[in-house]
Design a protein around this ligand. Structure first.
Ligand SMILES: Cc1ncc(COP(=O)(O)O)c(C=O)c1O
Length: 395
């Protein structure tokens, strides 16, 4: 791909960059695609939906027509709830691999749904490993499904889904993946990593705007989901069969969002699809991590676990540092950052996804350096307790 193939432009209205893992900074072309109105039942909009589903399936590596794609209205959480309610039989039992806020949300959703479940709880960020999964599955033959978060956006860790998938299918169980913040930038090729269904949403690595999510699942699992859902609007089988019969969404679709997403998908393809997008995000991560480390900041995770999606930095121990003040000063310089979600140490996060390149990330570092000076923070070094927390990962 030539450097010109994907030109990053600063936000046209001068709004701050969103260094957040969705909603994120989108291109002007994506926003512009929303200026037209569409009839939700009209043939032109049906063609948009069909092309969107086709382009999403192209990202899975499925050359045998084993998978299908079902878009669902709502935010990512709605789509996760639709996934769990539709793919896990009422008499099924789930093993949830939890290492952060989105793993916890999976558990909470299963509680709402009344599905039997057990949890491997790794706390704020430690990765669930294949051998731990094997041990639980061997000990409990009632478990039918395992659910894992691909990139746990709350810490930024990239979970080892490949070894987890191997462990799950070696024991004859089924894997569901919450790939919300990873799909489109981190490979999830069905020929490499086996899964029965996964979920992601419009406003993450494909760089659309928020408004719907989508499930990519084996067609035989979609068939088996008939009549299983607890919810009318979150019934994935019903949405799938209606869409396949009529080309339409069952209930009012977010038309403008869908058209914008198709524009985003075309840009994603032009950038080199998953490999191209992943490469830009990796450069973004390297630029922000290198620059922030030069300022004295430390990352929560060791390099091998750092995703190209979002990075958690410890807050400096210096008493002059206060996150809300840091946030406001960064925003005034054109960058919206993200508070941390760790319970064990004060932290903040910087997202690497969206319409940004390494140049933008270097500007973020410059802004962070200036902000520390303005706040009178002499050193960005974290407290000893935070470093002790991090040492656990190496142990
Ligand atoms: C891994 C993961 N799962 C689920 C969600 C929930 O999505 P939403 O906030 O759109 O409901 C997110 C949101 O960032 C996420 O990163």
């Amino acid at each position: 791909m030539s450097d010109n193939a994907h030109k990053i432009e600063a936000p046209h209205l001068g709004e701050p960059y969103l260094l957040t893992p969705g909603p994120l900074t989108t291109s002007y072309a994506v926003k512009q695609a929303m200026l037209r109105d569409w009839g939700s039942w009209d043939g032109e909009f049906r063609a948009v939906t069909a092309e969107m589903r086709k382009l999403l399936l192209e990202l899975t590596g499925d050359t045998n027509g084993v998978l299908d794609c079902v878009p669902m209205q709502g935010s990512g959480t709605f789509t996760v709830e639709a996934l769990l309610g539709s793919f896990i039989p009422r008499e099924g039992k789930v093993l949830v691999l939890s290492n952060g806020a989105y793993g916890k949300r999976l558990v909470q959703t299963l509680e709402y749904l009344g599905r039997d479940h057990v949890v491997i709880d790794k706390g704020d960020y430690m990765p669930p490993r294949g051998d731990e999964v094997t041990a639980v599955l061997v000990a409990d033959p009632d478990i039918t499904h395992v659910v894992v978060v691909h990139c746990e956006t709350s810490s930024g860790i990239l979970n080892p889904v490949s070894e987890i998938s191997e462990a799950v299918y070696a024991q004859g169980r089924k894997l569901l993946i919450d790939s919300m913040s990873a799909f489109g930038a981190i490979p999830l090729d069905i020929n490499e990593i086996r899964y029965d269904a996964m979920v992601s949403s419009a406003n993450k690595c494909i760089e659309g705007v928020p408004g719907f999510g989508f499930i990519i699942a084996r067609k035989d699992e979609l068939e088996a989901a008939k009549g299983r859902s607890h919810s009318l609007s979150l019934d994935v089988h019903a949405q799938w069969s209606h869409m396949n019969k009529t080309g339409q969404w069952r209930f009012t679709p977010p038309t403008h969002v869908v058209v914008a997403f198709l524009e985003a998908l075309k840009a994603h393809k032009a950038e080199g699809a998953v490999a191209g997008r992943g490469a830009r995000y990796s450069n973004n991560r390297d630029a922000i991590v290198d620059g922030m480390r030069e300022l004295g900041f430390e990352t929560l995770l060791k390099d091998r676990w750092l995703s190209p999606i979002i990075v958690t930095f410890f807050c400096p121990a210096d008493e002059a540092f206060e996150f809300e003040h840091f946030y406001e000063l960064m925003k005034s310089k054109g960058f919206i950052i993200y508070p941390g979600k760790l319970t064990v140490a004060d932290s903040f996060r910087i997202g690497c996804i969206g319409q940004m390149d390494a140049d933008v990330m270097r500007q973020v570092v410059t802004a962070a350096g200036e902000t520390l000076n303005e706040m009178g923070v002499d050193t960005a070094a974290p407290p000893e307790s935070a470093l002790n927390e991090r040492a656990k990962l190496a142990a």
